[in-house]
Design a protein around this ligand. Structure first.
Ligand SMILES: Nc1nc2c(ncn2[C@@H]2O[C@H](COP(=O)(O)OP(=O)(O)OP(=O)(O)O)[C@@H](O)[C@H]2O)c(=O)[nH]1
Length: 339
């Protein structure tokens, strides 16, 4: 008898861009009870940063290549899970008892669920576990109104985690909750900023809703060869050889987001700031910029170039580059391997 389940649950952690998926995952993985968890991360865009922000890199952590999990790289998801399964069977990785897949913020969860449940090999060893969806209290209502992916992510959730209630006023939070309840009236809703989250319970099955999802799974199965939901989406990375003047950068970012925030779905970066030995991580979601954090070390000490990743909808990347140059910041749009 093996010391892992016959049907290992695959838990989907989804939620719109910047809604706090990686932050939540990092928090949950600190719980020793989740030590037997394999993690698959999929980021949209050519440069992956999220795995640097999770405090764990090991052979049970798989970074799926850029592209959207729900369309272009569904095959890669299935292959990655099969590879983990084989390694576990051969004793090459610890006997994980669950897999958490962190999707991109733009992924439609339904095709991902269909992949797990319909793949002829996967369905003999894995089953769909809970869908946990993060929703940003500050931007959530607006995203639900404008971004179709956000609606599906919230609608299929077995559990909703409302993030950033510490940054939103009560009226904004209540409006986001009302919008969520209209889509998904009965999924338990947790507030990340204030609730003590029980990692095991949050990721455990929720049988009633999982059954209710079966109908969705069938319609989700067709292959999305031409992903209409990604129309007008641009993702690009800018790199900077020289260290960055923090004041100038802050001024530029504030002005950019004031003017174009609604089209800038996500900006995140690791910056080499003048006078700082370690990289500064920055996060923006539409008009909201989070407090920057210093990481403990550079992921690759030999590569201290700053990198900024943008995901925009309906905004020309050249405009962003030009605006930086106007502030004396000299980016290069060089293709970079996900370090
Ligand atoms: N104040 C506050 N900040 C939060 C909360 N949750 C997440 N954040 C911040 O929001 C920013 C984005 O969080 P991430 O965890 O990277 O979001 P994500 O959903 O993984 O982002 P993508 O992978 O780009 O879609 C970071 O600066 C986090 O520190 C919260 O509950 N309160």
């Amino acid at each position: 008898m093996s010391d892992y389940p016959d049907f290992t649950p695959v838990i989907l952690l989804t939620g719109f861009l910047g809604s706090g998926k990686t932050t939540l995952l990092a928090r949950l993985l600190k719980d020793p009870a989740l030590g037997d968890t394999a993690v698959l991360i999929n980021e949209f865009g050519e440069v992956g940063l999220d795995h640097h922000l999770l405090d764990r890199i090991d052979d049970q952590m798989v970074l799926l290549s850029s592209g959207c999990l729900c369309c272009t790289i569904r095959g890669e998801l299935a292959e990655a899970i099969k590879a983990l399964h084989s390694k576990r069977a051969r004793g090459e990785v610890p006997p994980f008892r669950r897999i958490v897949v962190e999707s991109t913020g733009l992924a439609d969860p339904l095709p991902v669920i269909a992949t797990i449940t319909a793949d002829p090999v996967l369905k003999h060893h894995f089953r769909m576990g809970a869908v946990v969806t993060t929703v940003d209290a500050v931007n959530g209502r607006d995203q639900l109104a404008r971004q179709p992916e956000s609606v599906t992510q919230a609608a299929v959730a077995d559990r909703l985690v409302l993030t950033k209630t510490d940054l939103a006023d009560t009226a904004t939070t209540d409006a986001t909750i009302d919008a969520l309840r209209a889509l998904n009236p009965d999924a338990p809703l947790h507030r990340a900023a204030t609730d003590p989250l029980d990692a095991t319970a949050l990721l455990s099955d929720r049988p009633a809703l999982t059954t209710a999802l079966e109908g969705f799974r069938c319609v989700a199965a067709p292959d999305l060869a031409a992903p209409a939901h990604l129309a007008a989406i641009a993702s690009f990375a800018l790199v900077f050889e020289a260290s960055i003047d923090w004041t100038l950068f802050g001024l530029w970012l504030t002005m950019l987001l004031n003017r174009h925030g609604s089209a800038i779905l996500r900006v995140k970066g690791l910056l080499n700031v003048e006078g700082s030995e370690t990289p500064v991580a920055i996060h923006g979601v539409q008009q909201l910029v989070h407090v920057p954090t210093h990481l403990a070390a550079w992921p690759n000490p030999d590569d201290r170039r700053s990198r900024l990743v943008f995901i925009t909808r309906g905004l020309d990347p050249a405009l962003i580059e030009r605006s930086m140059q106007a502030f004396g910041l000299k980016p290069a749009r060089a293709p970079m391997a996900a370090a």
